[in-house]
Structure formats: C-alpha cells, structure tokens
Design a protein around this ligand. Structure first.
Ligand SMILES: Nc1ncnc2c1ncn2[C@@H]1O[C@H](COP(=O)(O)OP(=O)(O)OP(=O)(O)O)[C@@H](O)[C@H]1O
Length: 316
C-alpha cells in the first residue's frame, strides 16, 4: 500500500533518513521503533508530506505521493500525535468532526459518526459537549485518536499517540487500538520507542538507527532471529524470555478440559500479564475464561516457565 524506495531526507546536509526502502502492506499494523533521533518521526511525516523527501520515491496505492494533491492525500490519512493538538475552544464533538466537516458530510451523518467513535473509544455521550481542558490526558488522547479515525481514512499514522500516559491508561488504549485494527482492518503505522508497545501491537516491526532500517520483520522474527548484535541488544538479551511472553495469550496455553474455582483471567491476557498475576496471587494455576466469560481451561505456572526456558534456550 505504501512503498518507500531508497528514500533520503537531509537537514542542513545531515541525513535524518538515508536510503530507506520499506513496504507497508494494506491492513498491516506496522510499528517504527528505534532510539531517539533515529528518523522514525521523519519517516512517518514523509508519508503524509508533512516532511518532503529529498531523494528516492514514496508511493501510496501505486502513485508517487508528490503527484497527488496534498490536501486530498492528507484526508485519506488520519494522523494522531502525542501532543494531541485538539482545538481548545471547540467541543469534543466539533474536534472529532473536523475532517468530516471539511468533506461536507451532513449534520446527521456527523452526529452518528461521533457517537460511534465515542463508543468505540470508551467515552460516553456526556463527553460530547465538553472542551478539551475538561478532560483527563488519557481522555484527550482518545479524542485525538477518534478524530484521526473520523472520516474512515485508508491509513492511520500515529506518532507516539500514547506517550505521556500512565501505564494503566496506556495499556487500555493499546488494547483499544488492537481491537480497532482487528475490527476495521485499517492500515496503521505507529511510531514508538516503547519495546513492549511495539511487540504488543505490531504485525511488523521496523527497527531504525541513525536514519537507517536495521531490521524489519514480525515481532517473533525480531526476537528470535536478530540480524545483528544491535538488534539483539535493542530488544534485550536477558529479557528475551519475558518479552516473548508478551506475544502469547493465556487462552492459547491454558490446559483444556481442566477447571478450578477462583478469580478468573481472560483468554486474551498476555502471558506476561499472567506471569504478574501468578506472582501477585501466589498461585500455581489460574482459571481462564473465553470472551463470553465461559470456562476455557486452566493456565499452569509451570507451563509458562517451561515456555520461557525453551525460548531462552533456542535464542541463546
Ligand atoms: N526540522 C528539523 N530540522 C533539523 N533537523 C531535524 C528536523 N527534524 C528532525 N531533525 C533531525 O533528524 C533526525 C531524525 O529525527 P526524527 O525526529 O525523525 O527522529 P525520531 O526517531 O522520531 O526521534 P524521537 O524518538 O526523539 O522523536 C534527528 O537527528 C533530528 O535532530
């Protein structure tokens, strides 16, 4: 859907991004990760031409983005950023409706889309008429994401959209994003420097350093087949086992046909969170329920440890 071919961008003669070749597939959740200054934001901003590339070509649905009308291009792409950028004097509803209004949607269409998005992002209708300063940071971030999604864009570009949030709100919004991606099949490109966020969200991770791509692949490939010591070190040699647990879900490892009474955990809980539950509850086994809340099976602490050890052994 989006293709970078040998793209470079220079600031005052220094390459912010150099010789970048990258394919972003339709419907993929791609996460750009890397150290500070590695060129992630520049790469993201080149997609909607907030930054113009100096060399190479970038195509969107097979057309060079420079050949497209810039306003039309941006309307096809939602954009959400850490600092949110909500208009302070506008209500939540008006903020969310920015692009639909530009596109000339009817009042009724806009009102129903705003309701849909508020519900999708877990905000009730009472938020509709509030001003941004009457919301918490996390609620503002949700409105920022709702605004980016409002006109149902083909691509969603997100630059550290959950930065500066407390871990609980951050996790809730990450889960929301994953659900939105699964429901809508939207193409999403997200920039972060948080490894756990990348592992949790990405279909494909692109690891950058010094304006170059060091490796791209699925989370599992990045963890188990690092192309260099840099990649291995970035994802953390010692924490590998714990990180791999972020990729698995309790439902997949629970032993079917077994059950026990007690406080349940959902099948979608990551094995990493389950590990914390075992430790905080001091229990050897946890009952796992499916999405309808029905018993699914029992997760064993020993199975989880076995998986950790096995993954450590295969990856050194
Ligand atoms: N407008 C600009 N003018 C000059 N240099 C810039 C500009 N924007 C970015 N740079 C430089 O380009 C390089 C890449 O910056 P970029 O913001 O893309 O990195 P990043 O990986 O997103 O970093 P961070 O995680 O800190 O946001 C950095 O060295 C940065 O200083």
């Amino acid at each position: 859907m989006i293709q970078f071919n040998q793209v470079s961008k220079y600031y005052h003669g220094n390459a912010a991004v150099s010789d970048l070749t990258l394919h972003i597939g339709r419907g993929d959740f791609t996460v750009l990760i890397g150290t500070s200054g590695s060129g992630k934001s520049t790469t993201l901003k080149m997609i909607n031409r907030l930054v113009e590339h100096d060399e190479g070509s970038i195509t969107f649905a097979d057309e060079e983005i420079r050949a497209l009308d810039i306003k039309a291009l941006r309307r096809r792409m939602g954009y959400a950023i850490q600092s949110i950028g909500l208009f302070p004097h506008w209500s939540v509803e008006k903020n969310i409706a920015t692009v639909p209004e530009l596109l000339g949607w009817s009042k009724a269409q806009i009102a129903s889309r705003v309701s849909e998005l508020l519900a999708l992002l877990g905000l009730d209708d009472s938020f509709r008429q509030r001003r941004p300063h009457q919301l918490s940071g996390g609620q503002q971030q949700r409105v920022g994401v709702a605004r980016a999604l409002a006109a149902d864009p083909e691509v969603l570009l997100m630059d550290e959209p959950f930065g500066a949030l407390d871990p609980v709100t951050r996790t809730a919004l990450q889960q929301e994003m994953l659900r939105i991606h699964q429901l809508s099949g939207r193409t999403i490109v997200l920039v972060t420097h948080d490894i756990d966020e990348a592992l949790f969200l990405a279909d494909k991770i692109v690891l950058m350093d010094g304006g170059k791509v060091m490796q791209q692949g699925t989370p599992l490939e990045m963890l188990t087949q690092p192309a260099s010591d840099f990649v291995r070190d970035f994802f953390g040699r010692n924490e590998l086992g714990v990180r791999l647990l972020s990729l698995g879900q309790a439902g997949n490892m629970a032993r079917r046909g077994e059950w026990l009474e007690g406080e349940t955990i959902p099948a979608t809980m990551t094995l990493r969170e389950a590990l914390s539950q075992f430790i905080s509850r001091q229990q050897e086994k946890l009952p796992v329920v499916d999405e309808q809340g029905k018993p699914l099976g029992v997760l064993w602490f020993s199975d989880l440890l076995r998986q950790r050890r096995a993954s450590n052994a295969t990856t050194g």
